[in-house]
Write a protein that binds this ligand. Structure first.
Ligand SMILES: Nc1ncnc2c1ncn2[C@@H]1O[C@H](C[S@+](CC[C@H]([NH3+])C(=O)[O-])CC(=O)[O-])[C@@H](O)[C@H]1O
Ligand SMILES: O=C(O)C(=O)Cc1ccccc1
Length: 245
């Protein structure tokens, strides 16, 4: 994986442009996500283990909003004969680097075949799947499209299939929101981000990324038709939910 340090917001920007998954972001994304999402590496590793329990032979495993392919790579390690991984992202810059990463990491031990698809996940042509992972991507989908996307995912999951959804969380209780946001800022400061970098990235994300509360996610997943909805991971204001079809 390329590991250029993220200095994208280090110099004063006036105005701060909306956050976009362009070449500049793709180049530093590996560093950015590790220093921005507490628990990211543990989460990705654990997703591989969770997914392995639900993956069925001869089925599809989707990684929606695959970025540089961290989750895709974990899915490819699963032993499920005849299964295939479909990794989807609408950013050409991300997919190009994802392709290079996956080629580089393809060692001798067998990995599941992968197809990289450049597409909007709202426009995807679905095929029946046993595993769908959407790791920190639903928060970039317009809120009024989220339920119908989850319904489509639910409809294309085989019985007993799993959806793993990770998101930044907001909290309706003001003091919880304040405390966890402060702790997240402490995590960023400890990772070497300056106050300017933190403030400018927050401004860049403001119109682009809209997190929901854990309760909103749980209710929406039930409404989409999932029979079991289990929050299984939370680190500060980042969490993940496993839902069974
Ligand atoms: N409508 C869309 N259709 C397809 N892709 C999209 C769409 N909107 C955004 N994306 C893509 O979703 C990804 C979100 S990052 C995922 C991290 C990864 N899952 C990881 O586990 O490392 C999360 C973050 O940056 O916080 C980006 O690559 C976008 O191009
Ligand atoms: O940086 C943040 O505040 C985040 O919420 C996480 C994030 C990580 C990578 C790209 C966009 C958002």
């Amino acid at each position: 994986m390329t590991d250029q340090p993220d200095r994208l917001f280090a110099k004063p920007l006036n105005p701060v442009p909306d956050f976009a998954f362009n070449q500049d972001v793709a180049r530093v994304f590996n560093d950015m996500i590790r220093r921005s999402v507490p628990g990211y590496l543990l989460l990705v590793e654990q997703i591989g283990l969770l997914a392995a329990r639900f993956a069925k032979p001869n089925s599809l495993l989707y990684d929606l909003g695959c970025s540089l392919g961290a989750v895709t790579f974990e899915l490819r390690k699963i032993k499920a004969s005849g299964a295939r991984v479909i990794a989807v992202d609408n950013s050409a810059a991300m997919l190009e680097r994802c392709r290079a990463n996956l080629a580089f990491t393809a060692k001798d031990h067998p990995l599941l075949p992968v197809e990289l698809v450049q597409a909007d996940i709202l426009q995807l042509k679905w095929q029946p799947a046993s595993v769908v992972v959407i790791n920190f991507t639903l928060q970039f989908i317009p809120p009024d499209q989220r339920l119908s996307l989850l319904q489509r995912i639910r409809q294309n999951l085989m019985p007993g299939g799993v959806l793993i959804l990770s998101e930044k969380l907001r909290f309706t209780d003001e003091s919880t929101e304040q405390l966890l946001t402060e702790l997240h800022l402490d995590f960023k400061r400890k990772g070497g981000y300056s106050e300017l970098e933190i403030a400018q990235k927050r401004d860049a994300l403001e119109n682009v990324m809209q997190p929901d509360s854990l309760q909103t996610h749980q209710q929406r997943l039930l409404q989409a038709g999932f029979s079991q909805v289990h929050p299984w991971f939370q680190c500060l204001n980042f969490g993940s939910i496993l839902s069974v079809a």
